[in-house]
Design a protein. Structure first.
Length: 252
C-alpha cells in the first residue's frame, strides 16, 4: 500500500505558522513557491541588506529560540504579499511584505511583542531566488505521520505534525519507512523527485505549536528511543508538476 499525501503546507515567513494548501505547483530544483520567502532578522543577526544572502537559522526569528512565536497565527496572500498576524483570534498586525510601509508595520508589532524575548529591533528580509529555509539547498520536507504515532509510545501524549514544520505530511505506510527511501526516486502526482537525506531535529520541535511552551523533550526522546534524532526526509524535486492532497507517493 502506497502512502498518501494528507496535508500540504508551506511557511511564507520563516518561524511562523503554516499555510495549508489543497494543491501546489512545483518546479524542478526549487522549494515550494513562497515557502520561507521571507524571514525576520533580529538585532544580533549578521544579515547584510546591502549584500543579501542565505544565512543559518540562528540569524532569524525561529521557534528553536523564540517559542513565543507559536502564540501568533498568521496568514499570507500571495498576490499582495500581505502578511496578517493574529493573536487569540484577533488581528494584531497586517502589512504587505513587498512594500516598505508594510514591512514597517510588521516590524513595529514584533518589536513590541518580542521586547525582552529576542534581540530587537527586527527587520523583514528576503533574498532573491533563495528560500530562507534551514537548508541552503532547495528541498521539500516529508513527514510520516505513522512515525509520529510511533513516537507517542514514548511521549505518552499526541505528537502534533506542526512541531516538525513539514511541507508534505504522508500517511498509510509503516512508521520510519521513509528512511529507507534515501537515495530513491519517488513520484507524487505529476511530480518526480529524489529523497536525498534524513532530517535531523533541533529544539524547535520541543515547542507546543499552540501555546509556545516547551512541553516535549522531542530530541532527547528520539535519541533515547531510536538512537537517532531524525524525523522526516528531504526531497529534491526533479520535474515540474502538481501535488494535490490525496495523491499517492510511489517509490521507484
Amino acid at each position: 500500500m502506497n502512502p498518501t499525501i494528507v496535508k500540504v503546507a508551506r511557511y511564507p515567513v520563516k518561524g511562523f505558522s503554516p499555510q495549508l494548501l489543497e494543491q501546489i505547483d512545483v518546479s524542478a530544483g526549487k522549494v515550494f513557491p513562497f515557502d520561507r520567502r521571507y524571514a525576520i532578522a533580529h538585532a544580533a543577526s549578521k544579515f547584510d541588506v546591502a549584500q543579501p544572502s542565505w544565512l543559518r537559522k540562528a540569524h532569524f526569528l525561529q521557534l528553536m529560540r523564540y517559542g513565543k512565536l507559536a502564540t501568533l497565527k498568521t496568514d499570507f496572500d500571495t498576490e499582495s504579499h500581505a502578511f496578517t498576524i493574529m493573536r487569540d483570534g484577533k488581528q494584531v498586525a497586517r502589512g504587505a511584505l513587498n512594500q516598505t510601509i508594510g514591512r514597517k508595520l510588521i516590524e513595529q508589532f514584533l518589536n513590541a511583542y518580542l521586547d525582552g524575548e529576542a534581540p530587537v529591533p527586527v527587520k523583514v528580509i528576503e533574498v532573491a531566488n533563495q528560500a530562507m529555509t534551514d537548508q541552503e539547498r532547495p528541498v521539500v520536507s516529508i513527514i510520516n505521520l505513522a512515525s509520529l504515532r510511533d513516537m507517542e509510545r514514548l511521549t505518552r501524549t499526541p505528537v502534533d505534525w506542526r512541531r516538525f514544520r513539514g511541507n508534505l505530511m504522508i500517511d498509510g505506510g509503516p512508521a520510519w519507512s521513509e528512511f529507507e527511501w534515501v537515495g530513491s526516486e519517488i513520484a507524487i502526482g505529476t511530480v518526480r523527485g529524489r529523497v536525498v537525506d534524513r532530517i535531523d531535529r533541533c529544539a524547535a520541535t520541543t515547542v507546543n505549536p499552540d501555546n509556545g511552551e516547551r512541553d516535549m523533550a522531542t530530541v532527547q526522546l528520539l535519541k533515547s528511543g531510536y538512537d537517532h534524532i531524525d524525523c522526516g526526509v528531504f526531497l529534491e524535486v526533479t520535474s515540474d508538476g502538481t501535488i494535490n492532497a490525496g495523491d499517492e507517493l510511489k517509490v521507484g
